[in-house]
Design a binder for this molecule. Structure first.
Ligand SMILES: NC(=O)C1=CN([C@@H]2O[C@H](COP(=O)(O)OP(=O)(O)OC[C@H]3O[C@@H](n4cnc5c(N)ncnc54)[C@H](OP(=O)(O)O)[C@@H]3O)[C@@H](O)[C@H]2O)C=CC1
Ligand SMILES: CC(=O)[C@@H](O)[C@H](O)COP(=O)(O)O
Ligand SMILES: [Mn+2]
Length: 390
């Protein structure tokens, strides 16, 4: 029996994780759950999964949650705030941590899980984008195990040999082929992109996901973040990570080897597959996902991404090439810009323009420690906010 803390249990990944766990009560027990503000949803999850601890974002939310749990006769301990998230990520009572908080808000708890030597199921790609070297170092230094949940990286992980040492050369790996759906605006006239609505931008053609990552898919910043994520997870230089547009989202990514072999992982687009594969690794367990019917899908297509249509993808490659704290700056500017778009304060094309301006304005630094990264994150957010309110 393994116990798990699910950080961000009320989100899209959190709910899919609980769905898989509920299918295997003989293997998994929930130690802790967390939400930010969706208290009623968290209370319902507590009633069903009976965690020892539940964490929310504020004292007010904690009061509400405590009242709801008392009314249900539950003894779940309630805590709140970033420190409480770090506590449930590093607690002795948990073996595994699902890091599924969205954005930089998930950084500290992911690092805490690494420093406590946990098995980390990493959905929160932003943590790796911000603190790549430091997080990988913490994982190695504390004997943690980092398993990718992001569908592409989970696919790549499945296509790499067991015991892969983050050296492409040592394992005969030529290239990583990162597939991208192209999002909802793959074929929309570029001149009309600034007019897209929030509703159009969050309507991903293949995946049901949270609002932030859905907008990231629409700008292709999601793929940019994933290029950086692949760099850190697999020790791949930027020029060995190729993005391939594949609108069907059936092949979740591929690994190209020096002998000409290309290995791919396929499946219906449902996050319960990568979640189940990481939860049970190296075993395989049922996930509830419908098996793939290739004859019904009939055709798979591929093309190159267009940087003029998707400037965010180019900005992410630029940040990876530059190194230092630029990826943290890119991420922070993107988080502010996406939220402003979701709040209908800026148009869709302002997202890439804003990120580009913030990246040019904040001097790059060495990513020496978490403090430096957080300073850069704060400076980038302040600059982006100032540009928005101009
Ligand atoms: N959804 C998907 O299919 C995929 C997601 N990912 C990555 O997984 C992560 C989660 O994505 P997704 O599930 O879609 O996101 P959602 O927006 O659906 O869920 C986010 C979760 O994080 C919590 N949360 C939000 N803000 C904070 C905060 N400031 N502090 C603590 N907790 C917070 C939310 O709580 P509350 O509900 O109370 O707001 C919720 O539980 C992201 O990094 C995303 O890029 C990667 C691949 C696929
Ligand atoms: C499910 C998942 O992993 C998402 O990151 C998904 O890949 C988004 O699709 P695109 O970014 O390729 O549109
Ligand atoms: Mn992905």
């Amino acid at each position: 029996m393994q116990s798990i803390s699910i950080l961000g249990s009320t989100g899209s990944i959190g709910v899919s994780t609980l769905d898989v766990i509920a299918r295997h009560p003989d293997r998994y027990r929930v130690y802790a759950l967390s939400a930010h503000s969706r208290v009623a949803e968290l209370a319902a999850q507590c009633e069903r999964f009976r965690p020892q601890v539940a964490v929310v974002g504020s004292a007010e939310a904690a009061g509400e949650l405590s009242a709801l749990l008392r009314a249900k006769g539950l003894s779940t301990e309630v805590a709140y705030g970033p420190e409480a998230l770090c506590d449930i990520a590093s607690a002795q009572g948990c073996d595994m941590v699902m890091a599924a908080i969205v954005g930089a808000a998930g950084l500290a708890s992911t690092l805490a899980a690494a420093r406590a030597g946990k098995k980390i199921l990493l959905a929160n790609k932003e943590a790796l984008v911000i603190s790549g070297q430091l997080l990988m170092d913490a994982v190695a230094a504390h004997g943690a195990c980092l398993l990718p949940i992001d569908s592409e990286h989970n696919a790549i992980f499945q296509c790499l040999p067991p015991g892969y040492t983050r050296s492409m050369q040592a394992h005969g790996v030529e290239k990583i082929l990162l597939t991208a759906s192209g999002g909802p605006f793959l074929t929309r006239a570029v001149a009309t992109l600034n007019d897209v609505t929030v509703e159009e931008a969050v309507a991903h053609p293949k995946w049901v996901m949270g609002r932030k990552i859905s907008v990231d898919s629409a700008t292709m910043m999601n793929k940019g973040l994933e290029v950086i994520e692949a760099h850190w997870l697999f020790g791949a230089p930027a020029d060995k990570i190729e993005v391939v547009i594949h609108p069907q989202s059936v092949i979740h990514s591929m690994v190209s080897y020096s002998d000409g072999s290309v290995l791919a992982q396929l499946g219906n687009p449902d996050m319960r597959t990568p979640i189940a594969s990481a939860l049970a690794y190296p075993d395989r367990i049922s996930s509830g996902v419908t098996p793939l019917d290739l004859a019904q899908i009939a055709q798979l297509s591929f093309s190159q991404p267009d940087f003029d249509r998707f400037p965010c993808l180019k900005l992410a490659y630029d940040a990876l090439h530059a190194g230092g704290t630029l990826a943290a700056v890119l991420n922070a500017a993107n988080e502010v810009a996406v939220q402003a778009f979701l709040d209908r304060k800026i148009g869709f094309r302002m997202i890439d323009q804003l990120i580009q301006r913030v990246m040019s304005a904040i001097p790059n630094r060495q990513a020496a420690d978490v403090g430096t990264l957080l300073e850069q994150d704060t400076a980038a957010r302040a600059h982006a906010e100032a540009l928005i309110s101009q």
